[in-house]
Design a protein around this ligand. Structure first.
Ligand code: TYM
Length: 345
């Protein structure tokens, strides 16, 4: 069966949206709008898998929604909402908890990283996190999922869950009227552009992350022009001039990262960036990167701040998006309940 093409993705409201989130994910969310119907979600239930101060969480949810809109997502033509307003996500996640195997969960590298050494003290929610992520995507039977490189393993798990559900319930799926026994699609990751894995500005071997204690490791979407300039000036580099060809970036993680960031912001490629700046000193290149970053990110950050303070507007968008999302999700859950063997209308 051909599934209707539909894009779904989510971002956690855990503070400090950064350049990695923007270039790795949000920029692609914006691009996909012209080709597909899109659903973009502020995944607040994922956020509470680690402790969130309630007042901060509320602020961050609105901030991520504001960032989506400031970046160019149209909440009228598409859907922007927060996960907790659509209870079908949690409902399907429970079903998936009973489909996914412990062995699959045990392989998830993100859980290992986030739980760290004190694994016994991690929440059960953090462990089951990928099952909720699969539910986010599959409750809309979405076919395309724009994400950064770090979410690839979770997408593979989503496909495993979809496949096992389809296999386990093949007969019931056919009885429910899905002739070829396929209820859930094999959602495809969309990982594109020169910045699918933006690295820390302080250490080119570490991912740029919200949880890095050093604010100099990342550029936040809310940073003003001076802060952006300071952070790029202080960004770690190596003593060699920039290479003229892309293969010269091998073994030079910081140079590779800055060139990738430039290419992503300029909408070009690393090869094009090097054809212009290759052979030159980092200081010249950094100056150009500062101008470009301020030019591209400044207006997004300013609009995000403006929208975040308009609580009525943002809450209205989220309520409207949630109602539209729920209409779709409840339809899927109606079938799932029938397929699994629950009794109800
Ligand atoms: P989150 O909130 O950590 O990140 C949001 C998006 O930003 C991408 N990203 C990066 N891309 C490039 N370089 C980086 N340094 C970088 N850091 C983050 C992430 O890959 C992601 O696309 N589990 C997800 C949220 C989620 C989700 C979903 C995504 C929940 N349900 C369903 C897609 C579909 C997460 O924690 O993303």
């Amino acid at each position: 069966m051909a599934f209707k093409e539909l894009v779904f993705s989510g971002v956690q409201p855990t503070g400090n949206l950064h350049l990695g989130n923007y270039l790795g994910a949000i920029v692609n969310f914006v691009k996909l709008q012209s080709r597909y119907e899109c659903i973009y979600c502020v995944v607040d239930m994922h956020a509470i898998t680690v402790w969130q101060e309630p007042a901060e969480l509320r602020k961050s949810i609105r901030e991520v929604a504001a960032a989506f809109i400031a970046a160019g997502i149209d909440p009228k033509a598409h859907i922007v909402f927060n996960q907790s307003q659509v209870p079908e996500h949690a409902e399907l996640a429970w079903v998936f908890n009973c489909v996914a195997r412990l062995g699959w969960m045990n392989r998830m590298t993100q859980f290992k990283e986030k739980a760290g050494k004190d694994r016994e003290n991690a929440s059960l929610g953090l462990y089951a996190y990928p099952s909720l992520m699969a539910a986010d995507i599959l409750v809309y039977r979405a076919t395309h999922v724009p994400i950064g490189e770090d979410q690839k393993q979770h997408l593979e798990l989503t496909r495993d869950i979809a496949q096992k559900f389809n296999n386990d319930f093949k007969a019931q799926i056919e009885t429910a009227g899905f002739a070829d026994g396929l209820f859930f699609p094999m959602a495809e990751p969309v990982i594109t552009g020169p910045a699918t894995r933006v690295m820390s500005l302080r250490d080119g071997t570490k991912k740029m992350s919200k949880s890095d204690p050093s604010d100099y490791s990342r550029i936040n979407l809310a940073d003003d022009a001076d802060t952006i300039a300071q952070k790029i000036k202080k960004a770690k580099t190596d003593p060699e001039p920039l290479p003229s060809e892309e293969k010269g970036l091998e073994g030079r993680p910081e140079a590779d990262n800055l060139v990738g960031i430039y290419a992503a912001l300029a909408g070009s490629t690393p090869a094009q960036v090097l054809s212009e700046y290759g052979g030159g000193q980092f200081s010249t290149f950094k100056g150009a990167l500062i101008d470009l970053a301020v030019d591209k990110l400044g207006p997004v950050g300013a609009e995000m701040k403006r929208l975040t303070s308009d609580v009525t507007y943002i809450d209205g968008i989220l309520a409207d998006g949630s109602a539209r999302a729920r209409a779709l999700a409840s339809e899927t859950m109606r079938h799932v309940k029938q397929i699994v063997g629950f009794v109800g209308p």
